[in-house]
Design a protein around this ligand. Structure first.
Ligand code: UTP
Length: 296
């Protein structure tokens, strides 16, 4: 058997319109919304780095400057903090610019997640690669992406992350029809449906924002017509790969049981801020005490 190419590249789509968060996202990408004191996208970049991915590509859209600036040096600010002797904040500011290098490619128009991934084709080339949605946070303690990379190496196909949701909530997600594989802790994905009505959904397993994809997905995306919402859907391309045969076909799922937040959704965003803030040593106890009183 030929040795499989390792996964070293991360593609981070951050070019969506963020309409659910308007007007906050009128002049700023939703990925820059702060979760406690870091923008959401920084958690995602940190996860990619922690998972061993060394080549990071961000897909940006309108208002991309804030994203690029955040991960770049800011000499004026660094000098000011140095003069003040604020070494802790200086370290935080410097840290964000040391996560890279990050490459950027522009998605001229927000034509859907599938189209955003297709924008990475030249950079990725003929290797399997990870996709981390820039507004989707996975708890730091979890090694979901590393597990997915192992499954990709074992199967040679594409791997998605699935999470159980309340049956009524499935219409907000891509949904997987799956079969268990004996002796394995991952599943085979037979088919995928984008945002099905609860009454016709094949399961309550929702597709969440982590993928490890075979590069065959690019060829499929090029031939995928706009689907739901007139957007090129990654789910539609994965559906083709799930039903296909030969090199690069086959889709597998890792069922995630940890904590995850969609920061592009207002309620989920608020939960992320409160949960992560309550775990911070500097104000967690104060916040919890205040929250108890507030709820009462
Ligand atoms: P979403 O569907 O959550 O993003 O995409 P959206 O379209 O910005 O959301 P709403 O519905 O308008 O509020 C998931 C991820 O894919 C990126 C988004 O930036 C987000 O990180 N995305 C989506 C793109 O990069 N390009 C697109 O055309 C669509």
């Amino acid at each position: 058997m030929t040795k499989r190419k390792a996964v070293t590249k991360a593609v981070i789509p951050a070019a969506g319109l963020g309409t659910r968060f308007l007007p906050a996202t009128k002049a700023m990408p939703k990925e820059m919304l702060p979760v406690v004191d870091r923008p959401a996208i920084q958690y995602v970049v940190e996860e990619a780095v922690r998972s061993g991915l060394t080549d990071l590509l961000m897909i940006t859209g309108r208002n991309k400057r804030a994203l690029e600036d955040h991960f770049d040096r800011e000499p004026g600010l660094e000098r000011a903090l140095q003069l003040k002797g604020d070494t802790a904040r200086l370290a935080e500011v410097e840290y964000a610019s040391q996560l890279g290098p990050i490459h950027y490619v522009r998605q001229g128009e927000a034509k859907g997640l599938g189209h955003a991934v297709l924008c990475a084709k030249r950079h990725v080339g003929d290797e399997p690669f990870a996709v981390l949605l820039g507004d989707d946070l996975i708890d730091e303690a979890d090694t979901l992406l590393a597990t997915m990379m192992e499954v990709q190496q074992e199967t040679g196909g594409s791997v998605i992350a699935l999470m159980e949701v309340e049956p009524a909530a499935i219409s907000a997600y891509g949904c997987g029809d799956i079969t268990a594989i004996e002796g394995k802790d991952f599943v085979r994905v037979n088919s995928l449906v984008e945002k099905p009505a609860a009454s016709v959904a094949p399961s309550n397993l929702a597709v969440i924002g982590r993928y490890v994809l075979h590069p065959a997905v690019f060829g499929v995306l090029e031939n995928t017509a706009p689907g739901r919402g007139n957007e090129i859907q990654l789910t539609d391309a994965l559906q083709t790969l799930a039903g296909g045969e030969g090199e690069g076909s086959g889709v597998y799922g890792v069922v995630f049981k940890g904590r995850r937040y969609d920061t592009g959704d207002r309620l989920s965003y608020l939960k992320a801020v409160i949960t992560l803030a309550s775990e911070r040593v500097e104000f967690g106890e104060d916040l919890k005490t205040w929250l108890k009183g507030f709820v009462n």
